[in-house]
Design a protein around this ligand. Sequence first.
Ligand code: NAD
Length: 420
Amino acid sequence: MSTKQVYGILKTARLNLEQTSERLHLEEQMFKRLLEPKEKIEITLNPTLSSNKHMQVKAFIVRHRDALGPAKGGIRMSPNVTMDDIQGLSMEMTWKTALIGVPFGGGKSGICFDPSKITAEDKEIIIRSFTRGAMRHIGPEVYVPAPDMGTNETDMGHIRDCLAYSWGKSVTDGCYVTGKPVIIGGILGRKEATGRGVAYTIVAACEKLGLDIKKSRIAVQGFGNVGSIAAMVLSELGAKIIAVSDVTGGVIDEEGINIEHLMNFVKDCGQVYGYPSAKDCTNEDVLTCNCDILVPAATQSVITSDIANEIKAKLVAEGANSPTTPDADEILDKKKIFIIPDILCNSGGVFVSYLEYTQETQREQMTLEEVNSRLNNRIVSRFNDVYNYSKLNNLTMRQAAMDMAVSRVVEATYAMGALP
Ligand code: NAD
C-alpha cells in the first residue's frame, strides 16, 4: 500500500510557513498567530434561479492577516472548493501582497458551485446572492475581492452594482472590488495582468539562466484567464508554445501552436482538446513534455512527486496558486529546475488590482501603457530582489520569496505593538 502524502493547498501553505518560521527563528507566539486566519466565515446562500428552482449554495470568506492593509484576494467558484482551500489561499495572499509590496493583507473567498453548468443569467443570480450574504465582510478597509478561478470581470461588475444598488447609490464609496469592467471603474490591463506578469517574470528568469526567450519551447497547463494570456504574451515575445491543456485535455505541436487561433477555437468550442491544428494529448503529457519552460496555470497540487520526476523543463513558472506539492518541490530542486514561486510569479494581478484601488479612490485615470509599465517595473524588480536574496543566502527561490514576505508581515505586526 502506498504511504504517499496527499497535499492540499492548506497543508502545503502551512508547511511552507513552518519551514520559513524555522529559518527566520520566529517567536512561537508569532508563528502561531501567522498560522491561523483572523476570521473564517461560512455563509449559506439560498438563491432562486431563473427556472424558479431554489438552491442552497455554500460560500466561504477568510481573512488571514491584515497587518499591511485590508485583506485582498479573489473569489473562487468551483463545485469542489472547501473552507480549507480558501484558508490556504488566503494565507498565500498575505505573503503575495507583502512580497509585491502593496498595502494589503491576505483574504480569499469561495462559492461551491460549478460555473460551467449554469447560464450567465443564473451565474449573475448566484453572484448577487453571494454579495448580499457577504456584504458585511466586504469593504475598502476590510476585504476587497477580485476574480479567481471560475469568476471573471463580468461577475465583479455585478458585485459592484449589487453593493451600490443596495445603498441607493450610483457608485460605491471607494473601491469594494477589483477586476471590474473598465467602463464601470475597472482599470485597463487588469484582466490580462496576472498572465502578463507571469510572462514578465519568465523573461526576467531567462536572463538569469541564459535562456533565449525567442528560442524557448513552452508548455502551458490551463487555458483560462492566466494561462491563455501568459501564452499569448510569450508567443508575442517570440517563444514557441508547443503544448497547452485545459480541464478537458491537451494539444501538442512541436512546431508551435498559433495561440490566437487556439483562443478563437476555445471561444467557439469551449475547450482546448480537439483543436484540429495540433495533436490531442493528455494533461500529463503537457506537464511532462520535452519543453524548456513549463507554466502550470490551472489549479493546485498538479505537480506531484510522480509528475516532478518526469518533468523535462529547466524552468517552472507557477501561474497557478500552489501547483507544486512540497515533496515535488524537493524533487524539482534536486533536479536543479529553477522555480518562479506562485507568490511572485502570479502577483501581477494583485499589483494591478492595487492600481485599480488607488485609481478609484483618487478618481484618477491610468492609461494601459502606464499600467503595463508599472507592472513590468514592479514585478521584475521584485523578481531581482528575490533572486539576489536567494543567491546571497543560499536559498531556493520559494524559500527566499517566503522569507522576504513573512519578514515584512512580522515587522508590521510588531510595529503595531501589543494588541488588546
Ligand atoms: P480560469 O477559471 O480562468 O481558468 C482555469 C483554467 O484551468 C481553465 O482552462 C480550466 O479548464 C483549467 N483547469 C482547471 N482544472 C484543471 C485541471 N485539473 N487540469 C488542467 N486544466 C485545468 O482561472 P484563472 O483565473 O486563469 O486561474 C488559474 C490559476 O491562477 C488558479 O490557481 C488561480 O488561483 C491562479 N490565479 C489567478 C489570478 C487571476 O487574476 N485570475 C491571479 C492569481 C492567481
